[in-house]
Design a protein around this ligand. Structure first.
Ligand SMILES: [Zn+2]
Ligand SMILES: [Zn+2]
Length: 827
């Protein structure tokens, strides 16, 4: 018998054996029902952090549990391997190539993952930086291009001066680069975009289908898509053959327009001011504002500034002349770059009008009130009755919106319109370490897509890494200079690479066909495995990755490449790992490294702690005592099982006949634990309460072990010990496998079927009730579960200890509370 729990030896032994026997290999198809369990793949930074350990431990319990339940489980792992850190390391250290840096990191992290004992099918490993993968990323780009969903345009884009690249809107958080926190600037650049806006309505509507997603994630996507209904109205410019188009959600307030504002970037500005006396001042203002970040311009406390252009437009509903201004708070990227000023009914317009003494006209009167423009201290944006609005007077807000839109459409002055906050997805990056965009520019033919048979467009290895703000590929003539696939003449390759979110938008399809070099995936395999049944990852991907993946899936569906419209049926967003109340980070110095914990306590303890310390969606507070506690628990399991291992399998696998007393209780607890763990893991992912139940089972087994052998049923013991190990196996795969072997089993515990509980076994046939005398607890009595209140009284009063306590006193009342207690009142 092994005395000591030697986790180092045990974990190394089983990791080696599982790999040799390839027990986590998944066949492409099976008659069994499928289950695709997926954790978001990591960026290969070089080291796992606790957030990773949490993410993958959760996924591993789900995958092992479903496997034991009889599902054919796909549980793969790979690497989101393109991206800036590799290139920045090359710039900083000079002698490290991003490819080598990335592959070294992948090796290190793969080793760490294997040390955690996660049940991945490593034969399906993918890395997005591998030409065999990015060939298909480029192929997918071409499919979008041919469908008219990839296009190039000049646009004012978000530029991170520190990362020296453009960023998608989704990568800008509060005006700063999401990655490095540097304030983002605007630059005019020719860039490639994906037309995600063409899918805005479907992306919004299909959120309803995602019943297995957290509500908060759906709300974040809904807000990001930002659908609003309203009207597009055209205001002709007075004395010019031009018009200003605005979008408003409140066409019912159009009679209240007292001025018009254009974004400084609006293309009409220069035409309006040309030749006017104030033109120079407006130009200076425009130049100054354009250099400010979006956040500086639109923050609610930012000073609103504007300047009159000298020009007027005509309100198409009442024919009034309206002054045109330029102002800092209007952005060209949102809506049309023009806003009609209705100060009485819009707070931002109100503040602006007060500052510049622009007229305020009330056109909505709230019920039971009379708004006076002079006395108003803030805008009134609520419901009411239309006034000062010609033929529309007397209508309510909603009636007014409908009536004004109908009128605009009838007169050809505008139309009802739905607007989205969502912008097209900017995918060009001026960096080396990404998938090259498969496009060439020919002097004669213009933009020419690279033919599919010429893919992949390989990244050249020898380039110079400089933080120039231009892709290093642009300085690599062997890469840039090529011939046109169409006419054979001289051509230049596109030197930008693709946003890495493009690589991660489709990787979950590739796991089904990781080595296919003829196609991105085999259709039959994708039809069998997809959608992902359970996706697990951080909530920080609520918009970017999850929205892009949904968009991609819808495009693939429309292209006839997949049969599903949503990629992820169920989503679990795990909470953060905190220490001392804050997220673990190098700068705070509160990082606990997984390596250290695994070296000191073993992978099973690390996994168990992280699963036991909090429910998966909640934040988890790191606790050294908590880790110690889990380690002690596993030692307890070790001692318990090794002490009864000998001859355990000589007993029948389950007890026969009617059990009584301690045997009945032990048998009952075993089945109650099966029930609890199955429900907690299967229905709710409440791993913490599942582990608690297993801990209680261990405590009970220790007591049961002390019962004299003659009173103990060896079948009850065997059943309890075997089930303890099976229930614990998804959480702590190594120690349970070792103990399973020690107790004499020859087949892996991870190939055992998940047990079901026996409803007969858990029926409660005896309960403990409390005896109170004058409200104080004096005794506990075991009674049959189906006892009547009258019988309860009799049983309690017959207890020797109770008789002694009431001796010589007068019993005033005996009150039975069924199932709980009997209170005796004496005086
Ligand atoms: Zn940055
Ligand atoms: Zn050509």
């Amino acid at each position: 018998m092994k005395e000591r729990y030697d986790f180092r030896e045990i974990e190394a032994k089983w990791q080696k054996r599982w790999a040799e026997e390839n027990i986590y290999k998944t066949a492409d198809f099976s008659e069994r029902p499928k289950y695709y369990c997926l954790e978001m793949f990591p960026y290969p930074s070089g080291k796992l952090h606790m957030g990773h350990v949490r993410n993958y431990s959760i996924g591993d319990v789900v995958a092992r549990f479903k496997t034991m339940q009889g599902y054919h489980v796909l549980h793969p792992m790979g690497w989101d391997a393109f991206g800036l850190p590799a290139e920045n390391a090359a710039i900083k250290h000079g002698n490290i190539h991003p490819a080598d840096w990335t592959m070294d990191n992948i090796r290190a992290m793969r080793t760490q993952l294997k040390q955690l004992g996660i049940s991945y099918d490593w034969d399906r490993e993918i890395a997005t930086c591998h030409p065999g993968y990015y060939k298909w990323t480029q192929w997918l780009f071409l499919q979008l291009y041919h469908k008219g969903l990839a296009y190039k345009k000049k646009a004012a884009v978000n530029w991170c001066p520190s990362c020296a690249t453009v960023l998608a809107n989704e990568q800008v958080k509060e005006g700063a680069c999401e990655r490095c926190k540097t304030p983002v600037e605007k630059r005019e650049l020719e860039q490639w975009f994906f037309k995600i806006t063409a899918y805005a309505e479907r992306l919004l509507k299909d959120l309803e289908l995602l019943e297995g997603w957290p509500e908060k994630v759906k709300i974040m996507q809904e807000n990001w898509i930002g659908r609003s209904e309203g009207a597009e109205i055209r205001f002709p410019v007075d004395g010019m053959d031009e018009e200003i188009v605005v979008f408003t959600t409140r066409p019912d307030t159009v009679f209240g327009v007292t001025y018009m504002v254009l974004a400084p970037e609006h293309p009409l500005v220069e035409k309006l001011i040309e030749g006017r006396p104030g033109a120079g001042a407006v130009r200076d203002f425009v130049r100054r504002v354009r250099n400010l970040s979006e956040i500086a311009r639109t923050a609610t406390d930012a000073e609103k500034e504007g300047l009159f252009t000298g020009a007027y437009c005509i309100n198409p509903l009442n024919g009034e002349r309206v002054p045109i201004l330029v102002a800092n708070y209007v952005l060209m990227e949102y809506g049309t770059g023009a806003v009609m000023g209705v100060p009485a009914h819009d707070q931002r317009d109100f503040e602006f009008a007060r500052k510049y003494n622009l007229p305020i006209r009330v056109v909505i009167q709230p019920p039971g009130m009379e708004l006076d423009p002079q006395a108003m201290t803030e805008a009134y944006a609520g419901d009411g009755v239309m006034v000062n609005s010609g033929q529309f007077n007397g209508l309510s807000k909603d009636e007014g919106i409908r009536a004004v839109i109908a009128y605009l459409e009838e007169k050809g002055l505008g139309r009802g319109q739905v607007n989205y906050r969502l912008r097209d997805w900017l995918i060009s990056r001026q960096r080396y370490w990404g998938a090259p965009i498969p496009i060439v520019y020919c002097e004669r033919c213009g933009i020419v897509p690279v033919p599919e048979e010429d893919l992949p467009v390989l990244l050249p290895r020898d380039v110079e890494f400089k933080p120039t703000g231009q892709s290093p590929l642009a300085d690599c003539p062997e890469f840039v200079n090529t011939s046109c696939p169409r006419c054979g003449g001289p051509a230049r390759r596109e030197t930008d690479t693709m946003d890495t979110f493009m690589c991660s938008s489709w990787y979950y399809y590739r796991y089904t066909s990781p080595r296919d070099d003829k196609q991105p995936w085999d259709r039959a395999r994708v039809d069998y495995w997809l959608p992902v049944d359970q996706y697990i990852g951080g909530v920080e991907h609520a918009i970017l990755h999850l929205l892009y993946s949904r968009f991609f899936t819808k495009v693939l569906y429309d292209l006839g490449l997949v049969s599903i419209q949503e990629p992820f049926t169920n989503l679990l967003t795990q909470g953060m790992v905190l220490k001392d109340g804050a997220k673990m980070s190098k700068s705070r110095g509160n990082v606990v490294s997984p390596e250290e914990i695994v070296a000191r306590y073993g992978a099973d303890t690390a996994r168990l702690f992280i699963l036991f310390a909090a429910p998966p969606e909640r934040d988890l507070e790191w606790s050294d005592q908590g880790v110690e506690g889990c380690y002690r628990f596993l030692n307890r399991v070790w001692r318990l099982v090794t002490s009864v291992a000998e001859g355990l399998l000589e007993a029948p696998p389950k007890p026969a006949g009617r059990l009584v007393g301690v045997n009945r209780q032990m048998h009952r607890l075993t089945h109650l634990t099966i029930k609890k763990v199955t429900e907690d893991v299967g229905n709710r992912f409440n791993f913490n309460t599942a582990v608690s139940a297993i801990m209680e089972l261990v405590n009970a087994l220790y007591q049961y072990k002390e019962v004299p052998e003659t009173d103990r049923d060896p079948a009850v013991l065997r059943e309890a010990v075997e089930h303890l190990l099976i229930l614990l196996a998804p959480f702590a795969p190594h120690i349970t496998e070792e103990l399973w072997e020690i107790t004499g089993h020859t087949e892996s515990i991870h190939r055992q079927p998940w047990p079901s509980y026996d409803p007969e076994a858990i029926v409660e046939d005896e309960i403990t009730i409390v005896v109170q005398i004058n409200g104080r607890v004096r005794e506990r009595v075991l009674v049959p579960a189906d006892i009547t209140p009258e019988q309860m009284k009799e049983v309690v009063l017959a207890q020797p200890r109770v008789q002694k306590l009431v001796e010589g006193k007068q019993i005033v009342k005996v009150i039975p509370v069924p199932g709980k207690l009997v209170n005796i009142v004496v005086k």
